[in-house]
Write a protein that binds this ligand. Structure first.
Ligand SMILES: [Fe+2]
Length: 405
């Protein structure tokens, strides 16, 4: 009898123990991602996901040190948490926090979690408040077959360009932003990289969801896109996290949303460029101003932004959407200008597996024009020199140019 009772007790303990392990497993932080804020010298935004709710969701952070004694000087910050219901009707939980009052040009170490379950410690560096040299990596559409075929491009990029300060994507990161499994594919492909390199995302058309409301087709930014990241609020109502600007070590970055409210953005862009004091200015937008593939012509984007970009001589416009590689000559008002004249270079690039045709009404504007390539780009800015390099997925240099002013 005693033996039977003992066995029942052991079985109950085992079941309870398993449940406890299961509960703990569900709150292990996943999909940890850093994003830049408008103050990259003193702030960082951190977002992560858990499969169950966390009572005390927190981030723990310190200046990094060579030894483990950084633990003596960590600070704890509470995170905001929200529940999201996925397309498979499953509850998942996102946690985020902007950490402020950081020191410029400083390496920090952090972990995320709470309720005694924590992530690994990760490290990142804040931007320098001097105008020192820096590089960043730019990716066009990733979009399809992300785990299967984009893993190699992320891994090649981190090995080829480990010194890049952040990764900028020009949109269509995945094909259906409302499907949770595709987000998992992105994090399977990128692994730990978003936890150590801040990511800047641009909203493409595949970040939007089409739906019918009262038989009218409505498009809206996918909730799952918004909860996975923490990007700056927008001066334009309804465009939070998709239209914003920041200055990184002296260079002005402007992120536009080619999907909606283009006229409002055009006015805002004019105001930003009018007040802009940076030597170099770079715009990221998904839909190219000069379309570069067959049967495409983004008249709406061009009508909204071209005049302003020409007026203020933006240096580079980084784009995606057309699934080809195209680098234009320096252009002003739709015409090719001399290298030393004022004008803008437009890049269309592609990181994914979809490739469109090289027949475009604008093909004569392109210096370099190619399809069927998975690519990533390194842009380095050092005072009066902007150096641009495009690499293939197998690490070969495909294109390069330099701007000097
Ligand atoms: Fe697109």
């Amino acid at each position: 009898m005693i033996k039977i009772l003992l066995n029942i007790f052991l079985l109950a303990a085992l079941i309870l123990g398993c449940n406890n392990i299961e509960i703990k497993k569900n709150i292990i932080p996943q999909r940890i991602i850093l994003n830049l804020t408008e103050q990259p010298t003193t702030e960082i935004a951190v977002t992560w996901m858990t499969n169950d709710s966390v009572i005390n969701s927190q981030i723990e952070i310190a200046e990094s040190k060579p030894w483990l004694n950084f633990i003596d000087s960590t600070k704890l910050f509470d995170a905001n948490s929200e529940k999201v219901i996925t397309d498979k009707n499953k509850n998942i939980f996102f946690h985020s926090r902007i950490v402020s009052n950081l020191r410029p040009d400083t390496k920090y170490i952090y972990r995320v979690g709470g309720d005694s379950i924590w992530s690994e410690w990760n490290q990142f560096k804040t931007a320098d408040d001097n105008l020192s040299e820096f590089s960043f990596t730019y990716f066009g559409d990733v979009q399809h077959d992300v785990k299967e075929f984009s893993s190699r491009i992320f891994r090649e990029a981190i090995q080829t360009l480990p010194q890049s300060e952040f990764w900028l994507f020009t949109g269509d990161l995945i094909d259906r932003a409302e499907f949770d499994y595709q987000w998992q594919e992105f994090f399977d492909a990128a692994q730990f990289i978003p936890a150590i390199k801040p990511i800047v995302l641009t909203a493409g058309n595949h970040e939007y969801v089409d739906t019918l409301i009262n038989s009218e087709e409505i498009e809206f930014l996918a909730d799952l896109w918004k909860v996975h990241i923490t990007q700056p609020k927008s001066d334009i109502a309804g465009l939070d996290e998709t239209v914003f600007t920041f200055v990184y070590q002296g260079t002005r970055f402007i992120i536009l949303n080619g999907n909606e409210k283009l006229n409002e953005q055009s006015k805002w862009l004019e105001q930003i460029l009018n007040e802009n004091k940076s030597k170099w200015t770079i715009i990221s937008i998904h839909q190219p101003l000069y379309s570069m593939s067959k049967n495409r012509n983004q008249i709406k984007t061009r009508n909204a932004f071209l005049q302003v970009i020409d007026k203020y001589n933006v240096d580079l416009v980084l784009q995606g959407h057309d699934h080809v590689y195209a680098r234009t000559y320096k252009l002003h008002n739709g015409k090719i200008v001399n290298e030393n004249d004022k004008g803008t270079i437009y890049i269309t690039s592609n990181s994914g597996t979809d490739s469109y045709f090289l027949e475009s009404v604008n093909k004569n504007l392109a210096v370099k024009y190619e399809n069927k390539l998975q690519l990533f780009q390194k842009i380095t800015i050092d005072k009066n020199i902007l150096n641009f390099k495009t690499y293939t997925a197998n690490g070969e240099l495909f294109d390069s140019f330099e701007l000097i002013k």
